[in-house]
Design a protein around this ligand. Structure first.
Ligand code: NAD
Length: 454
């Protein structure tokens, strides 16, 4: 779409929203069913686009993108009537007789800006929430995943009400123009730098924002953990999508004396998953583009690699790589890695993990592998993170009852399940009084007798 066409196209969505069609629960359910149908009809095309953009294996695409979204749609269809019903709250004596409730109402027309690493799911899961809550939406897929972006721009208007939903493909110029429009909410997924641009632009219109950002998510591995299970779960969650996952463990904190067995277990598991030459594994992904590939190579340039490290720039291939005890001042430990390199830091004692984490920006996710409940409680109560998963990787994402979102530098706001519905709703406070009787003590003229009753 040409930049000049963006403002009038968005204006049409505002007008459609004002007409009230999107408020109907039946319409919302129809749109969700249509989205489900789109996925069923186009599953193969979606897998192909994801393979083209990121070299993703079909099963991985199903697990982390397509299947995830299908579950999300089913969950929303099942609960949306309840979510959109008035939520009763108690009423104090001073307002009796009367009743009070929260009436969810759609916000209006919202903007959803997606990232490239899960280009299908990260754009459509917020859409499911926006539809459920009865909004119109503009979708801006990431230009760094062009095959998925193009496919979504073709498919969505065929299945969804095109008066309510608009896909705008493009990069900085188009996003900048979109950000000039007075949306009723913006949900942005991506890096911190652009998050600030989004928030600044939103401030112009006092548009509320949800920022789904990233950062360095730590993974504490205590010597008392079940090592084989931990290694399998760490390798699965780190090297899915070649490490390009916002909630991937960014680095491991373990204790001296345990780093040796842990490194061996990780290597064994990597070989079990991807073979001795992961370049030939159909299950191992590729880096999104040359810029990110170069960035990752730079992260490795000043490191002593313990395992992996092989690259093939032509294919944007980087082997699963382990680095033991990198300097904490190096790029690898200063920036979010967002790729297939896992540093393992050995601490004097495992409790040192707590100040280590607290001395850095609040992470999106924190992982803890331990059997020690006292230590588990210490970590939970003394650190902060968007989400915590104990004895597993990103499995917490599979529970729609849990909100997903960051804290501090890793983001603001949340979605998934009802949390997403609420993000795209205004919970209007309503009180209804009865006319049955009316006590006059709050009305002027005031008197000492009336005051006594207060
Ligand atoms: P990206 O480059 O795909 O950018 C995200 C979006 O911002 C794109 O749609 C892009 O067009 C837009 N954009 C880029 N530059 C812009 C500009 N100058 N002005 C306006 N819009 C602009 O994504 P990225 O930033 O490379 O994504 C990686 C980061 O995202 C990592 O930090 C990762 O942890 C984070 N992430 C977070 C989540 C989450 O759910 N919390 C999920 C995935 C990725």
């Amino acid at each position: 779409m040409q930049t000049a066409m963006i403002a009038p196209a968005v204006q049409q969505l505002y007008e459609y929203f004002s007409g009230g069609t999107t408020r109907s629960i039946a319409w919302r359910k129809q749109q969700l069913n249509n989205l489900q149908q789109m996925i069923d009809d186009s599953e193969q095309a979606i897998f192909e686009a994801l393979r083209e953009d990121l070299g993703k294996a079909e099963q991985e695409s199903w697990l982390s993108e397509v299947g995830y979204l299908q579950t999300d749609i089913r969950h929303s269809l099942r609960h949306l009537s309840k979510w959109s019903s008035p939520r009763k709250v108690s009423t104090p004596v001073v307002a009796q007789p009367g009743k009070s409730y929260l009436q969810p109402e759609p916000l209006g027309t919202v903007l959803i800006i997606g990232a490239w690493n899960y280009p299908f799911q990260l754009l459509l899961a917020p859409l499911v929430a926006a539809i459920s809550a009865g909004n119109c939406a503009v979708l801006k897929p990431s230009e760094l995943a062009p095959a998925t972006s193009k496919l979504l721009a073709t498919l969505l208007p065929r299945y969804l009400d095109s008066k309510a939903f608009l896909v705008v493909q493009g990069a900085v110029e188009e996003t900048t123009e979109l950000l000039r429009q007075p949306f009723d909410h913006i949900l942005y997924t991506g890096g911190e730098a652009v998050g600030k641009i989004v928030m600044r632009a939103a401030a112009e219109h006092l548009t509320p924002v949800t920022l789904e950002l990233g950062g360095k998510s730590p993974c504490i591995v205590a010597g008392d953990c079940d090592l084989d299970v931990a290694a399998a779960r760490i390798v699965w969650s780190k090297w899915m999508n070649a490490g390009q996952t916002c909630v991937a463990p960014d680095y491991i904190l373990t204790e001296k004396g345990f780093s040796g067995p842990l490194m061996s277990a990780l290597q064994k598991q990597l070989t079990a998953f991807y073979g001795t030459d992961p370049a030939t594994s159909p299950d191992y992904g590729r880096i999104i583009n040359q810029r990110h590939f170069q960035r990752l190579q730079e992260c490795l340039s000043d490191q002593r690699v313990s395992f992996g490290g092989q690259t093939n720039p032509a294919e944007r291939y980087m082997a699963p790589t382990l680095v033991l005890d990198p300097p904490l001042k190096s790029k690898l430990m200063q920036e979010e890695i967002f790729g297939p390199i896992l540093p393992v830091i050995s601490l004097e004692k495992i409790d040192d993990a707590i100040p280590f984490i607290n001395n850095r920006p609040k992470p999106l996710a924190l992982y803890l592998y331990t059997e020690n409940q006292a230590f588990e409680q210490q970590v939970l109560t003394r650190t902060s993170a968007g989400s915590v998963c104990i004895n597993d990787g990103m499995m917490f994402m599979a529970n729609p009852q849990l909100p997903f979102g960051g804290v501090g530098n890793s983001g603001m706001g949340r979605y998934h399940g009802q949390w997403g519905f609420d993000t795209f709703s205004h919970l209007k406070a309503v009180m209804k009084r009865s006319n049955w009787f009316d006590i006059n003590w709050r009305y002027p003229p005031f008197s000492a007798a009336k005051l006594k009753k207060l």
